[in-house]
Design a binder for this molecule. Sequence first.
Ligand code: COA
Ligand code: AMP
Ligand code: ZN
Length: 445
Amino acid sequence: MKNIGMTKDYSCEYFNPEIETMTREQIEALQLERLKATVKHCMNSPFYKKRFKEAGITPEDIKTLGDIRNIPFTTKQDLRDTYPFGLASVSIEKCTRLHSSSGTTGNPTVILHTDKDIDEWANQVARNLWMVGLRPTDVFQNSSGYGMFTGGLGFQNGAEKLGMLTVPAAAGNSLRQIKFIKDFGTTAIHAVPSYLTRLKEVMDQEGIDPRRDTKLKVFAIGAEPHSEEQRKRIEDMFGVKAYNSFGMSEMCGPGVGFECKEQNGLHFWEDYYIVEIVDPETLEPVPDGEIGELVLTSICREAMPLLRYRTRDLTRVLGRSCPCGRNHVRLDRMKGRSDDMMVLKGVNIFPIQIEKILMRFPELASNYLITLTTDEDNDNMTVEVELEDLFTDDFQRLLDLASRIKRALKDEILLTPHVKLVPKGSLPVSEGKAVRVIDKRKVYQ
Ligand code: COA
Ligand code: AMP
Ligand code: ZN
């Protein structure tokens, strides 16, 4: 693998100048070299060895970048089926960390990392933060959940690699976040967009004007879908530039794609990933400019590279050049999902996870409805569920039941929904496929 090559010159626009300014020909040559090496490496994983055998191909059949289309797709289901370590391409003792994200049912998806993976991941994040003007003189505060959420340690390591003073504030506790921002002179924050509106609400209550009372200048916003309008609103509220940050645990975490100062789409780092956009029905490539499902192949990972991973995120190619001098592909902000996964407060949730919990309660009937809303600048989930029997005369019993359901749901989905118990027959019965989720947030546009 090539040396990462970091700049030390603060006036340089690029963190990895040699890689970031590659021509398309150079990018593609590097991708082919890395794809071939990755495919060979994947043969250490029993899963891929079997997949290749079933598909009747060998690593030697990959001679051009176009040959990637002969490789079968990898899916979240494959991660579930091989839970926890079946997709590793190195021995477990070589791995130094794992992260996990929500699975559809039962097992979460587990992603393994070696030391080198963690270092390359930090490099991607540092590259992004440098790209939007951050330097070692900046103070970076991370309001992501730490622990299993990759937004915590992912941004932490990247900001440290860049050399910033890094404040691992973690999620929640807005008053403390604001104190840190003021006392430590925070200039940049990573947060999910919905949380920034909450933070501003608390600043208003405290009589704090971000323009007057803080040194904030850059936000990295991501981990959940948001519209251009939402970004503009955040920028206007704080007087701070907000850059879209795309990541997913399966590829590493945050760092996969990020906007440059032009704010004209997310640069996906093609020295790390091969990007394909396919029709989610036919799985055939769609032309540039057309919306399809994002498929990613990680070509610079050791522990657990994934070949042609179906992200289920919908987007399109905007271009392969940019006034910023980077020719790494630019993708549009995410336009939706080709499955039913929801992202709320930066947490991924599948409706089936909720159903599984509700069905454990004998007091509940099988009809339920999940509504996602933005209330007074907080994003929320309300789960309405029908009672099997009416016992409305016993109010305390109802309260206890709602609170037990709420706790069980929080354990499963990691955030706290409102729970409303309703009489049987009062929720709409849909004809055909049941409508289980109503998303009133309008996050996609
Ligand atoms: N990031 C940071 N803080 C958040 C948040 C988010 N995504 N969502 C809510 N919060 C804050 C709330 O504002 C509240 O703090 P405050 O009252 O001092 O303002 C506190 O967290 C609790 O929020 P609440 O909505 O009552 O809690 P919840 O039980 O529904 O769970 C979190 C919320 C924060 C624990 C959970 O959503 C979480 O961990 N989110 C972070 C996910 C993340 O980092 N994703 C990135 C992945 S790359
Ligand atoms: P996780 O694996 O938990 O990090 O979640 C990854 C998923 O979060 C992605 O597949 C997207 O659906 C969503 N996501 C992450 N970043 C963004 C973003 N900037 N815009 C829209 N969705 C995002
Ligand atoms: Zn650019």
